[in-house]
Design a protein around this ligand. Structure first.
Ligand SMILES: [Zn+2]
Ligand SMILES: [Zn+2]
Length: 308
């Protein structure tokens, strides 16, 4: 099971009741099946999504799958950071996928975060050679980078952590900028020949970042909010600018089984490289060590291995 930034946020969120077993980037073996299960057998290697939509309601009809009330109420038990989980029938029927033998468990565990990226990007009509600014060059930023590059659009990465900027360049970014070292607005306007970026993806959000993105987004551009605000702040934004410049702000939360299977396919076909994003592996007993690594942004993807 991979660790997601949201797992760490939940640890520090008073609204999340404790004790709790977190972990939602889950892969494993089927060890037992319920009486009505026909599509799986003991020994199957699978990836499982924790929330599944009904595909019938008003939200689902509009492909807002993660807003579906069934989506919000379904979950695996107790959570991915454990040796065994119980998978409810809704998740078995549409949220469980067999993993190809050439794909490792840890690679397949990226299906969940990658599915979230796919789900969000599907809300945006991206054209070839579009300029896409990605704020935050952690695991999610690097997954978005690959999806955007595969669509033949042009990613521009931004991070205030110089190590992350360096890593992004090694990873393949033609443009990776550090706002503490260069004038990001000027650079992006230069790169985009004065027009501005078509899409800005915020994997880190606060008032400054959101408002600064207005300085280098093109008229008619889109801002994708892919994370909750740091410190849950309420931000001020110039509504007239959004109106007159036709800027859209779009939220992208979680994913759907449809995107999970697309994601697993991209990983299986090696269209998306996830192996290089794994920097740490820990057994379950040492899970506490991961908090500091993620908070200090020293880690990219951390995999928890409950059987080690
Ligand atoms: Zn997650
Ligand atoms: Zn629904």
């Amino acid at each position: 099971c991979g660790i997601c930034g949201s797992d760490i946020k939940k640890i520090f969120d008073d609204k999340v009741k404790k004790p709790i077993v977190l972990g939602h980037e889950v892969t494993g073996d089927v060890v037992e099946i319920g009486s009505g299960v026909k599509d799986f057998k003991v020994g199957d290697r699978v990836v499982i999504t924790h929330h599944v939509p009904c595909f019938n309601c008003q939200y689902c009809r509009h492909e807002n799958y993660s807003m579906c009330r069934q989506f919000k109420s379904t979950n695996i038990y107790p959570g991915g950071f454990s040796q065994y989980i119980r998978v409810p029938k809704e998740n078995v029927s549409v949220g469980t996928l067999k993993i190809d033998e050439k794909v490792s468990y840890e690679e397949a565990s990226f299906s969940e975060p990658l599915a979230c990226c796919l789900y969000s990007l599907q809300k945006i009509k991206l054209l070839q050679k579009d300029f896409v600014v990605i704020i935050g060059l952690g695991t999610i930023g690097l997954l978005f980078y690959q999806l955007i590059r595969n669509k033949k659009a042009i990613p521009i990465g931004i991070d205030i952590d110089e190590n992350r900027v360096d890593f992004a360049k090694k990873f393949g970014f033609d443009f990776a900028l550090n706002p503490n070292k260069e004038n990001v607005t000027e650079e992006i306007l230069n790169i985009t020949k004065g027009i501005g970026a078509d899409l800005v993806i915020l994997t880190i959000v606060n008032e400054k970042i959101l408002n600064q993105s207005l300085s280098y987004i093109r008229d008619g551009g889109k801002i994708l909010i892919f994370a909750g605000a740091i410190n849950k702040e309420i931000v001020k934004i110039n509504i007239n600018e959004l109106y007159r410049r036709e800027i859209s702000i779009i939220g992208g939360y979680s994913s759907s089984p449809k995107h999970l299977s697309q994601a697993l396919e991209l990983i299986s076909d090696k269209d998306i490289n996830v192996k290089n994003l794994i920097t740490h592996r820990f057994p379950l007993e040492e899970i506490e060590k991961t908090v500091e690594l993620i908070v200090s942004r020293k880690a990219y993807k951390i995999i928890i291995e409950p059987w080690k």
